[in-house]
Design a protein around this ligand. Sequence first.
Ligand code: ADP
Length: 191
Amino acid sequence: MLNLVIFGPPGSGKGTQAVKIAEKFNLFHLSTGDIFRANIKGGTELGNLAQTFMDKGDLVPDEVTIKMLQAEVEKHPEVKGFIFDGFPRTIPQADSLDKFLATRKTNISNMLSLEVEDEELLKRIILRGKNSGRADDQNEEIVRNRIKEYNTKTAPLKNYYLQQGKCKIILGLGGIEEIFGKLCAAIETVV
Ligand code: ADP
């Protein structure tokens, strides 16, 4: 299996690139943000719970997120691999993912880290909020909190994967196709 993690701050272009990577390398795109939003829309218990955190720009608790992620992976036993988008976002999530994949006789092949400066992120997200209508994209204070959550809880994961020798750093500035080209080149080195 080829299992990739696409990693980067909110607004770094993870979702856009993950869709393209999934198509090119025939992987299943698993976005925790999309799954939470679908649950919110469907009014499920999970959605109602996640919404209380997402509305503030806080991370959803690990216990809830990990359980949901594992259930999603188990729903797709036939796939050739996954691209995880928005997961893991904390060290406990990364630990649980490694252990969980090991029980399924597989592992993370590599992590792709998209790097973009904070002020550029803020600009992109506010612009996206105008078009997408995503509630957590519309308010500068919430966006700043998401970036803060990223810097304190998620950014340390880069070292986690670096220590495993599984981290490729890609500059997330430039056009979508240009960045996609760089990501593909990085992936080709591990397939
Ligand atoms: P972005 O990367 O732009 O913040 P996402 O769609 O990936 O957008 O995530 C939106 C929100 O969903 C996050 O701010 C967080 O509240 C919640 N979320 C998504 N993935 C996770 C996760 N792995 N752990 C905790 N919360 C998550």
